[in-house]
Design a protein around this ligand. Structure first.
Ligand SMILES: CC(C)(COP(=O)(O)OP(=O)(O)OC[C@H]1O[C@@H](n2cnc3c(N)ncnc32)[C@H](O)[C@@H]1OP(=O)(O)O)[C@@H](O)C(=O)NCCC(=O)NCCS
Length: 160
């Protein structure tokens, strides 16, 4: 058995040290790629809400999130291919929603490539609904704006 999987807050120091690995995960998502500058950009409460899945020192997944007004916005979510469909995404969103609830925030938002069925199904399974769409001027692709109540994620985010 390998080392245990741990869900930990992403600190700025870790984001700097592990930038290459985090960008490898993030840029495995179809669509516009992120630069190191974007990864490290200052956003409200980013290093409070963002999470990483670790196995020892190896980063297996990342959720980049920050606060936007009364919502937590998920900027990026990506797990190592071998760790999909094991409930890790669900657990990370659930923990972020729990923190949001404890701080009085009511909503979680995310944007998702319209053609990325797996990612879309994941968000729908956690209670997100589509509230709009846009074409990203940088990559020319269509994205959906997704929104979920924190309470719904907490409900649906429970492991079976
Ligand atoms: C999308 C992603 C973060 C989901 O995380 P995950 O840990 O694999 O998802 P979970 O195991 O927590 O899934 C929770 C539920 O979401 C749904 N779901 C997740 N992935 C799905 C898929 N590929 N197809 C259909 N439903 C899916 C299922 O209902 C699942 O519950 P179940 O496994 O009990 O049926 C992960 O697959 C990933 O990193 N994908 C590549 C990067 C990416 O596309 N990011 C999203 C950009 S918007």
């Amino acid at each position: 058995m390998g080392p245990q999987l741990v869900l930990a807050p992403l600190t700025r120091a870790m984001a700097e040290d592990q930038a290459d690995r985090l960008l490898e995960l993030i840029n495995s998502i179809p669509g516009r790629s992120w630069s190191r500058k974007e990864l490290l950009a200052q956003r409200p409460d980013k290093f409070r809400y963002s999470r990483v899945w670790l196995s020892g020192n190896k980063v297996l997944g990342v959720v980049i999130a920050s606060r936007k007004d009364e919502a937590v916005h998920i900027h990026q979510v990506a797990l190592d291919n071998e760790y999909h469909r094991r409930g890790l995404g669900r657990r990370a969103y659930s923990e972020i929603a729990g923190l949001a609830a404890s701080e009085g925030l009511s909503t979680v938002t995310a944007n998702c490539l319209k053609s990325d069925k797996g990612a879309l199904d994941f968000h729908l399974a956690l209670g997100f609904a589509s509230v709009g769409r846009y074409t990203d001027p940088d990559d020319g692709r269509d994205y959906l704006r997704l929104k979920a109540a924190v309470a719904t994620i907490l409900d649906l985010g429970q492991p079976e």
